[in-house]
Write a protein that binds this ligand. Structure first.
Ligand code: SAJ
Length: 407
């Protein structure tokens, strides 16, 4: 079988390489010509532990990269599903255009596997009508599958092989066929279900996490009010066999946890009080961090906001993805408060994204008096000695240095 993977981003590329490594003939397709050329030259387009190694293993098998769609009987769509903040809705335009492009070239009876996260009901609402209005019969001319990914950036390769996988399909014969494909690299349970359940289970996984992070964040605010140590208190509470409180932080970033809950709020507005409140709590954390920065400035009589440096621009540790990052949210809040000039550094973010962004760590810390640790990169854990004598607000609780400020 030859599989054409459409979309070579954070999900499509590791999936394409993993399939090729396991003997599947793969054609990787992306609309971005530069990205395709970079892959053709053997250059990866983002950093991820183990991806270089996987790339080499894949290249020793049959894998090619192109901007064209291929004629075959199986496609995996891993294209972006952008989320418009205004409507809190998912825009399925890239999935729809990919499906249309597949229908131009595919063989009769082809299987289209959608891996992109799509809001519950999207296949019924957007994809099926698009296919049927072109005269294709779903279930014979073309088969639909939704196989959402669960891999987490920073640990993708391991999780591709060890996370359970969900295959949502209309009929058993197709889900068995697709299960065999994923079983080539997935060593964990592969669960077969219908498409709508696959859409819904994916979204509630991330929503579950957002609600639980919000609980930890609310505890941080409560403890702050009475100068208690939320980390010590939750460490103790987590000794309970059925308690597992997550970590408070400076906000919830990323293109997943901060987005997927809105699909449920949007579709079930009268039933999602808890989910909506959790989103609001998490989105309030950058403002909480700003309050803590002001506490420290007041305490040390520092008037100049440009003496504050934010360490970390990505949305979480050891990744270069800055989508919805808490630091970007915090910078927006600061602009609202006319607090310009704050400095930024992230060892993983090479391109200049914001004003006053430093590329060199030492230059960065020499220019500031307060370092706000917004992301728990290994880099800062390995460079603690360079900041140990500074004023530090450790929002991720990764530094165990006496006197460092916490959330
Ligand atoms: N965060 C906290 N406190 C915590 C855990 C996370 O503040 O205790 C923050 C992180 O700093 C980050 C954000 O939440 O800003 C999201 O990070 P994350 O570690 O929760 O996960 P993601 O967004 O990298 O990946 C999630 C994962 N989903 C779940 O853990 C249920 C991953 O398995 C999914 O594949 C991914 O979303 C996705 O693509 O949907």
């Amino acid at each position: 079988v030859m599989i054409n993977i459409i979309g070579l981003g954070y999900i499509g590329l590791p999936t394409a390489l993993m399939l090729a490594k396991n003997g599947v003939e793969v054609v990787g397709t992306d609309v971005n010509n530069d990205l395709v050329n970079s892959l053709k030259e053997g250059k990866l387009t983002f950093e991820e532990d183990g991806l270089e190694e996987l790339f080499k293993e894949a290249l020793s098998n049959k894998i090619t990269f192109t901007t064209d769609y291929q004629k075959t009987d199986m496609y995996i769509l891993a294209v972006p599903t952008p989320f418009t903040n205004a409507t809190k809705k998912l825009d399925p335009k890239f999935v729809i255009s990919a499906v249309n492009n597949v229908l131009e070239v595919c063989e009769k009876g082809t299987t289209i596997i959608i891996e992109s996260t799509i809001s519950p009901g999207s296949v019924d609402k957007f994809i099926r009508p698009e296919i049927e209005k072109r005269g294709f019969v779903i279930g014979s001319d073309v088969h639909l599958v939704h196989a959402p990914e669960r891999i987490t950036p920073g640990n993708m390769i391991y999780e591709l092989e060890h996370n359970s996988r969900t295959i949502g399909a209309d009929d058993r014969e197709i889900s068995d066929k697709v299960k065999d494909i994923y079983a080539r690299f997935c060593k964990s349970e592969i669960v077969l279900t219908d498409i709508r359940s696959a859409e819904m289970s994916k979204v509630i996984e991330n929503t579950y996490r957002d609600v639980n992070i919000a609980f930890a964040n609310e505890l941080a605010k409560i403890c702050r009010t009475d100068d208690m140590d939320v980390h010590e208190i939750t460490r103790i509470a987590n000794k309970h066999p059925r308690v597992n409180i997550l970590h408070p932080g400076p906000g919830v970033g990323g293109h997943c946890i901060s987005v997927d809950p809105w699909f449920l709020v949007g579709d079930y507005p009268d039933l999602t009080n808890l989910i909506l409140t959790a989103r609001k709590i998490n989105d309030s954390m950058p403002r909480h961090v700003l309050g803590r920065i002001r506490d420290i400035m007041r305490e040390h009589n520092i008037k100049d906001i440009s003496k504050v440096g934010l360490y970390g621009l990505s949305y979480k540790e050891n990744v270069d993805d800055t989508r919805e990052s808490p630091t970007l949210q915090l910078l927006e809040r600061m602009d609202e408060h006319l607090a310009f000039g704050v400095k930024v550094f992230d060892p993983h973010v090479k391109s200049r994204m914001v004003d006053h962004q430093f590329i060199n760590f030492e230059d960065f810390i020499n220019e500031v008096e307060i370092v706000v640790v917004m992301v728990g990169h290994d880099h800062i854990k390995n460079n603690m000695d360079l900041i140990k004598d500074m004023l530090v607000l450790d929002t991720k609780n990764i530094c165990s240095i006496e006197g460092f400020y916490k959330l």
